[in-house]
Design a protein around this ligand. Sequence first.
Ligand SMILES: [Zn+2]
Length: 265
Amino acid sequence: MGKGNFDFLAKKWNLLAEIGQMAEKHVVNDPNTTLVKLRMFGETVTAILNDLEKIPRMDIHPQYKRIKRLLSKDIISYEIYDKLQFLRIRGNRAVHNAKYGTSEEAEDALNQAFQLGVWLMRVYGQWDFKEPKYIEPQGEVSPIKTLSPPPSKTREQKLIKVQKDKIKERPTIQVKIHKYSKDEQGYETWLEENYTGYVFNYFGGTNSSKGMNKIHRADCRFLMRKQDKGKRTTIPKVCSKNKDELIEYVTHERGNSWEFCKSCF
Ligand SMILES: [Zn+2]
């Protein structure tokens, strides 16, 4: 081993360095494996933080809850929270679908993991730590690499179109959605039980309020801002475990005047 982007972690956390190296090795030719390894990287980071901060082990708890707890204890910032969530969500998709993941996405995740490692080293490693320069991984030359995916804006529009087409095809759907208006407890309980679900921030307004009416993933950080605590359902939240069902509801209510959150989608 050597000359990898994660070597700097070996002095303090050898396991983390090894996982990073494995992830890096596959980034171009097997992005799915990279995303799976990086999910492990994120889980290892939260385990290290739990140990360092003497938080009782929560082995039975999912990574989502560990990340959320680190945030609520102010051990990690929103910036670090985002990186951990990114690795968790992309890694989950990769685990459940062997074909999931492009090399661009894997490179992005690798860079996020690198920054996480730098942060960990700076805060918990050595006080005089100097950040190494991130080297773009080369991998083996692959023809797939030259086919760049469409920009994310277009991808988002396509996603909306695909979802709408799907809805047209289906005759009837039993919509199981929950609305929480001025019901903090109900909403919090739903979130706890459905952290892989979806939440529509029902701001309302005219068509021009499109940008205020967003569908989020239930674990989006914009749904967890501290300043909204105790008044999260002042603007009603419409929740569903199923994305298609929620999109159908939202489209019925607002036509095209809504968006996916750009942070969590
Ligand atoms: Zn969001």
